[in-house]
Design a binder for this molecule. Structure first.
Ligand code: AMP
Ligand code: GLY
Length: 415
């Protein structure tokens, strides 16, 4: 098989590496890829959102499968365009990717199908939203409706913060048009867990549960980021919790999509909060999570391409998916200013690493030197028998990667 992966971060590096293990794969391409992916696949010039380029490259190079990993090309309809051109693609079509692309849509979907989630209201008028927050209890959560790189969520402890947040989203348009509609919702408390699942539109098969760490700094302080580290499985997501979520969330989601006439094929990301009143959905994503993938995929034993084929062909019920009975543990190495002020282009040195996999997230080669090229620069992963061992290995090795103002959280898996 010749496969083109769309995207160029740590998640895509983990996907590329896992695909490379398959005997069925003869050639791997990645658009745009990054300096690390270039050791595992042929990088193709072009933006991850360039639908025309993806279609023409796939056609000209007789690509058998295009794996669309990031949210924005999925929301823009890259899978629809590839399918229309007769090219096999992995990932949900545009109508299905709305589950992530519009928070207002996904909240209404959950309401319609009785799927537990935080109480909410949607607003597209600033003054009405302001009146609403002035009558609300706190904390309160404000969310930009559209895609905002995981940063369009503001947790407001009091009215001042809520007024400032509304202004930032709706008037200053800090996240562009995605703030033209705002979802205001109840603040949920509990432990967060992520469950990624494969689906072919009828069957849903969960991957090991995982836990992301979204805040920028130790102790879960600072602004929300795309994610600073993850581990899988989560010891808190017990078989009982899995059974509850299957009954109240995973199956009703697939049934709800079907009832709405949406055929969802690909990966669904369930962002969950285990509250005292049961498990509730915080958000859906229409793709693999980043950095959860870098902790989960190393545990996959089954040939990845067979699972992808089963999702596309509607035969997911016919295959068994096997996972290592171990823990995957990932820490993100970020640029100093991430998530607010990222400076790129610093040279990187990497010592001799032992017992870990270093996925590249934001790296490039400039004048023959490996340099930083994004907010999240690397993800370092270890797989071990338990979380303590995996954590020890990563933190033993992580100092061997260095660049100016590099930064990582030192408490992944502890909070
Ligand atoms: P999201 O982009 O919707 O995943 O939100 C980012 C993060 O904000 C989540 O991972 C949670 O930690 C937090 N969050 C979002 N919605 C809520 C909520 N209703 N209650 C508490 N925390 C939330
Ligand atoms: N790590 C969160 C996400 O991928 O959305």
């Amino acid at each position: 098989m010749k496969i083109l992966v769309i995207g160029g971060g740590g998640r895509e590096h983990a996907i590329v590496k896992k695909l490379k293990e398959s005997k069925r794969v003869e050639a791997l391409y990645c658009m745009p890829g990054n300096a690390g992916i270039a050791s595992d696949a042929v990088c193709v010039d072009g933006k991850a959102t360039d639908i025309e380029k993806a279609v023409s490259f796939a056609r000209e190079n007789k690509i058998d499968l295009v794996f669309v990993a990031p949210d924005d090309p999925l929301s823009l309809g890259m899978v629809d365009a590839l399918n229309a051109a007769g090219i096999r693609a992995f990932g949900p079509v545009k109508a299905a990717a709305r589950l992530e692309g519009s928070k207002a849509f996904s909240k209404d979907f959950m309401m319609r199908h009785g799927i537990p989630t935080a109480r909410y209201e949607c607003f597209s008028d600033y003054d009405t939203a302001l009146d609403y927050v002035r009558q609300s209890d706190f904390p309160l959560v404000l969310k930009a409706d559209g895609l905002a790189l995981g940063k369009g969520v503001l947790i407001c402890k009091n009215l001042d913060e809520a007024e400032e947040g509304l202004k930032k989203l709706m008037l200053d348009r800090a996240f562009g048009a995605s703030g033209s509609t705002v979802v205001i919702e109840e603040f949920l408390t509990g432990r967060e867990v992520t469950v990624l699942a494969f689906t072919d539109g009828n069957t849903v098969k969960c991957m090991p549960s995982s836990q992301d760490h979204k805040r920028a700094f130790d102790g879960d302080r600072g602004p929300n980021t795309g994610g600073m580290g993850a581990f899988a499985p989560s010891p808190y997501f017990t078989p009982d919790k899995q059974a509850e979520a299957m009954r109240t969330i995973f199956l009703p989601t697939i049934e709800g999509l079907k009832a709405d006439g949406i055929v969802y094929k690909g990966v669904i990301y369930f962002g969950l909060m285990m509250t005292e009143k049961g498990i509730k959905v915080i958000e859906y994503n229409s793709r693999f999570g980043d950095p959860e993938t870098q902790a989960i995929l190393p545990l996959l034993k089954t040939d990845f391409t067979e699972i992808i084929d089963a999702c596309i062909d509607g035969t997911l019920d016919k295959i068994d998916i096997e996972w290592l009975d171990k823990t995957g543990f990932t820490v993100v190495i970020a640029s100093g200013g991430y998530p607010d002020n990222v400076v790129k282009g610093y040279p990187i040195t990497i010592g001799k690493l032992e017992g870990v996999t270093l996925y590249h997230a934001g790296t490039a080669i400039k004048d023959g030197t490996l340099v930083t090229n994004g907010g999240r620069v690397f993800d370092m992963t270890a797989v071990a028998d338990n979380i303590e061992d995996a954590r020890r290995i990563v933190y033993r090795e992580i100092g061997k990667v260095s660049f100016y103002e590099s930064r990582f959280r030192s408490d992944i898996g502890k909070v």
